[in-house]
Design a protein around this ligand. Structure first.
Ligand code: ADP
Length: 265
């Protein structure tokens, strides 16, 4: 072999080695990402198993009492039991919704589809959906959003965001409280705010939010159980749209949860 061929060969081997080590790095990065996903999924499976058990046990428990002793109860007592079952079932559905969406979020590129959404119409729909829950706690829910604001966002994700924030406002506000949903234009974005005059969050507890390693959750004013997943999911979806989530709250003074999403022009 002459020197030129030998040099060419060495160069080729060197290039191949470089490509090889680059590929190895890529494989390592992908493996570590996959391991992350697997461990996150395992964590959520644990949460699902744990969190679905307790509302289901209470739903079955109450239904069992009603099934065997229906005749012994008066109308008011039956109504109270039915409301308890309704609340448990409703919380369980929100949890399932969140978990499903989170599972989908692992594959987000395929599902993210921003469309034109009229904020006013969407809010009317969402407020209608929580009417029974609000009525039970005698909480007034209203919106100051006018019919002219349109956002560009993924419909399912915006519904999940709003549902979580409104449900939280209901959950952490005492009987006869008030929730107001407002929105304002801010350059390319629309800022939507859900305000309540509920129990609020202390500065120390605010620092505990958005930590996937240690989910933070306290029961609602009627002991409604949570998971600490909702806000994390909201943040993830909002940031995917290029927006932000902003929290203003003080213990005992109510809360404002606001988020920005792109305006549709
Ligand atoms: P969950 O409601 O299932 O506990 P979230 O992630 O939605 O989970 O909320 C995490 C925690 O943030 C709640 O447990 C509660 O302590 C606090 N929080 C959320 N929204 C409000 C609110 N509107 N008022 C007071 N605290 C809130």
């Amino acid at each position: 072999m002459n020197t030129t061929t030998e040099n060419n060969l060495r160069l080729k081997v060197k290039r191949l080695e470089e490509t090889n080590s680059m590929l190895e790095l890529q494989v390592q990065a992908r493996t570590s990402k996959l391991l992350d996903i697997v461990s996150t999924n395992a964590k959520f499976l644990g949460i699902i198993a744990h969190d679905l058990r307790s509302p289901f046990s209470s739903i079955i428990g109450i239904l069992e009492v009603l099934r065997f002793s229906l005749k012994d109860f008066n109308k008011d007592e039956i109504e109270e039991y039915v409301n308890l079952v309704y609340n448990s079932a409703n919380n369980t559905l929100t949890l399932l919704d969140n978990l499903l969406k989170w599972a989908v979020a692992q594959n987000i590129e395929k599902t993210f589809k921003p469309v034109k959404i009229n904020l006013y119409e969407l809010l009317q729909e969402e407020i209608e959906n929580i009417k029974t829950l609000a009525h039970q706690k005698e909480i007034k829910v209203s919106t100051t959003v006018g019919p002219e604001l349109n956002i560009s966002a993924d419909l399912q994700m915006v519904k999940i965001i709003l549902r979580n924030l409104i449900n939280n406002a209901l959950k952490y506000t005492n009987k006869e409280g008030e929730i107001i949903i407002s929105a304002l234009e801010n350059k390319q974005f629309v800022e939507v705010a859900v305000r309540d005059n509920g129990i609020g969050i202390s500065a120390d507890d605010r620092k505990k939010l958005f930590n996937i390693e240690k989910l933070y959750s306290v029961p609602g004013t009627r002991n409604e159980k949570g998971t600490g997943l909702g806000l994390l999911l909201c943040k993830e979806f909002i940031e995917l749209h290029g927006g932000n989530i902003l929290i203003e709250s003080e213990k005992g003074m109510g809360s404002k949860f606001a988020f920005t999403l792109p305006q549709f022009k």
